[in-house]
Design a protein around this ligand. Structure first.
Ligand code: ADP
Length: 330
């Protein structure tokens, strides 16, 4: 077995069935990192509670997301994949960290301001502490690296400062200061061709859809807005369908479209059909595996429970150090 370069932690809220944005922006990278790092991937259901009020779908969304991760190639024998709330030590560490977390800094973070703009009627205490809980996640599992896009950089910087403050206050080296693993996260646009792909805007393409649903969704994709009629020449450089072709289609086909679109040799309808066919081919093994896994839901929950069990072993080690550092009574 190859020697791994360190431990990576990443978490995502349980948003249910995953879409192409999640796949290209997160899951693909999660899968690839397993080759070089020890990986801890967490479905952060406690974080979700900061904004989700109706928890009716929480379990199903957790299950669907786990299914997608596994079908996409997360290897649970080596990677620790689990649900945040099943390792309750994280809430304990969150409380201890909150005593050294400067409130002013938390309320100044751009992500906090964005959240209160989005949810003005639900500005709760947990929302302010979101980055503290995120720090607790990272350090509880003694992670060295956190892969994040540039918009999450302030959270990691905050986590690093919080770790230093904790270690300084209690004169200890109980917690490991994590490093940011700068990841280029592409902004995948939705089928509207303008906004970031996401469920809330219903502009997404789900990985687990049938080939027919996928084809139908793709047929609605907005292309070059200047190209109105079939015989207008198009500009692939501003077309979201073309950017998808560049990811999912063979090089020769991409080149052909690049040339033919510009001289109206190929129409948008055919171009989308080709993309749908290539995407469906690409996702066929994923979908096959997903159906196999879904035949036995208990096995998927068992994988998550086993992940939590392994995570708790690391969590207990960290908490023993934390308790000793604070000099809590034995
Ligand atoms: P979270 O807020 O927990 O990160 P999201 O569902 O918003 O949950 O995103 C999960 C992951 O998928 C994140 O790493 C995010 O960057 C990525 N992601 C989501 N939508 C897109 C998109 N349209 N383009 C690129 N990456 C995306």
């Amino acid at each position: 077995m190859s020697v791994k370069k360190g431990r990576v932690f990443s978490g995502a809220r349980p948003t249910g069935r995953q879409h192409l944005g999640n796949y290209l922006g997160a899951i693909k990278n999660y899968v690839a990192m397993q080759d070089d790092y020890e990986c801890v991937y967490c479905i952060v259901d406690i974080h979700a509670l900061t904004t989700v009020e109706d928890t009716f779908n929480l379990r199903q969304n957790t299950y669907d997301m786990a299914l997608d991760w596994l079908a996409a190639g997360i290897r649970p024998e080596e990677t620790i994949m689990f649900v945040q709330s099943q390792v309750p030590q994280v809430t304990e560490l969150h409380t201890f960290l909150s005593m050294v977390a400067p409130l002013g800094k938390l309320t100044d973070l751009p992500t906090f301001k964005e959240k209160i703009r989005e949810n003005p009627n639900n500005v709760n205490y947990g929302l302010v502490g979101y980055p503290v809980l995120m720090t607790a996640d990272i350090v509880l599992y003694q992670s060295n690296l956190v892969p994040v896009g540039i918009d999450q950089a302030p959270h990691i910087e905050f986590a690093r400062e919080l770790v230093r403050s904790f270690n300084y206050r209690y004169n200890s080296d109980a917690l490991i200061e994590p490093q940011m693993k700068n990841t280029i996260i592409p902004k995948v646009l939705g089928i509207d061709g303008v906004n970031k792909m996401g469920k809330s805007l219903n502009n997404h393409i789900e990985l687990a859809s049938t080939p027919e649903e996928t084809q139908k969704r793709i047929s609605k994709m907005v292309t070059d807005p200047q190209r109105i009629r079939r015989d207008d020449p198009g500009d692939p450089d501003v077309c979201n369908v073309f950017s998808m072709h560049k990811i999912f289609s063979p090089a020769g086909e991409v080149e052909m479209i690049n040339v033919e679109c510009r001289r109206a040799g190929i129409g948008c309808v055919e171009c989308k059909k080709r993309f749908a066919a290539n995407l469906n081919d690409h996702l066929a093994p994923f979908r096959k595996k997903r159906i196999e896994l879904d035949a036995n839901p208990q096995a998927v929950w068992d994988i998550l429970h086993d992940g939590a069990k392994r995570a708790r072993v690391i969590a207990d080690q960290t908490m023993a150090k934390v308790r000793a550092a604070i000099q809590l009574p034995l």
